[in-house]
Design a protein around this ligand. Structure first.
Ligand code: 13P
Ligand code: SF4
Length: 307
């Protein structure tokens, strides 16, 4: 364990160690502010997958949750992928297992399977193509199929279905505990308190919540939207970590956190001392069974190739 350092010293030491190790630090938009600030790249699931695929660094330190680090390993099998906090999971990803998907597929022969990247490598390996919240509509449209199986997020499935009424989306019953908890009453209260604010919602929210939003966007899409919109105030209906990134992306604008309960505990367990320790001790390495990774790579690469 590294000696206790103040955040500035820890960040400096992390940057030095990252250089020594030829490491790139990737952080998701929901990470703690100080972890976002020490990273080489901060982004949404799609942006981080692209960075993982493109990096020349020999080590990827992933400050995020397990499926994200696993996706980086799938795309870069010869690189060392480290998770500073290997216990950071995603409850939604655990709601669909490989065995369940195999059975679901068998019940719907010939129907393509679109899997949200918030899923395990085993599940990706049984999928035709992956998607993120940033490209789910485009991915489903690209299949040109009348019917698709979509998992594990029922809410993202509903959002895609509303955008593509010509496609029958058969949804798995999974959800994000953080986003699925948002209620219509909470959003209406925020709208009443901030009548000129634009409401930005993540598509992991329930359909009755996304129906109230001015824009339904992935986390990085929210950052771009806030910077380019003429609005000065925004009600942010996603995990509170994005508020730090929003303040940097659109300085001077006002961002309202819908509720302090919009917090993903798994996104908060990675701390600066853990990032430093992972670089010092090269832990914890993310491993994916090579045959599973090979099978999953096709589904992830098809998504990345869509542009
Ligand atoms: P984004 O891809 O929009 O960053 O979302 C990932 C996620 O886990 C949302 O809960
Ligand atoms: Fe998973 Fe929800 Fe956390 Fe995203 S916010 S990592 S979907 S539990």
């Amino acid at each position: 364990m590294s000696p206790v350092l103040d955040p500035v010293a820890a960040a400096e030491e992390i940057r030095e160690r990252a250089e020594e190790r030829d490491a790139v630090i990737l952080a998701h938009n929901y990470q703690r502010p100080e972890v976002q600030d020490v990273a080489d790249f901060v982004g949404d699931s799609l942006g981080l997958s692209r960075q993982a695929a493109a990096t020349d660094a020999s080590v990827i330190v992933f400050a995020g949750v397990h499926f994200m680090a696993e996706t980086a390993k799938i795309l870069s099998p010869h690189k060392t992928v480290l998770m500073p906090e290997p216990g950071a999971g995603c409850p939604m990803a655990d709601m669909l297992t490989g065995a369940q998907l195999a059975e679901w597929r068998a019940e719907h022969p010939g129907v393509p399977v679109v899997t949200y990247v918030n899923s395990s490598a085993e599940v990706k390996a049984l999928s035709d193509i992956c998607c993120t919240s940033a490209n789910a509509v485009e991915v489903v449209r690209s299949l040109d199929a009348p019917r698709v199986l979509f998992g594990p997020d029922r809410n993202l499935a509903a959002w895609v279905g509303a955008q593509l009424p010509e496609v029958e989306i058969v949804a798995w019953e999974g959800w994000c505990p953080t986003h699925d908890d948002v209620t219509v009453a909470q959003v209406l209260d925020a709208m009443e308190a901030h009548p000129t604010a634009e409401v930005l919602a993540h598509p992991e929210c329930r359909p009755e919540v996304t129906a109230l939003a001015d824009a339904v966007l992935s986390t990085s899409q929210m950052l771009r939207h806030a910077a380019s919109s003429t609005a000065e105030e925004f009600v942010v209906v996603t995990e509170e970590g994005l508020l730090h990134a929003l303040a940097k992306a659109a300085p001077g604008k006002r961002f309202v956190n819908l509720t302090p309960r919009m917090l993903c505990p798994n996104m908060k367990v990675t701390t600066l001392p853990k990032v430093l320790d992972s670089l010092v001790d090269m832990h914890t390495e993310v491993e994916v069974d090579p045959a599973t990774a090979e099978a999953a790579r096709g589904a992830v690469e098809r998504m990345v190739a869509l542009g």
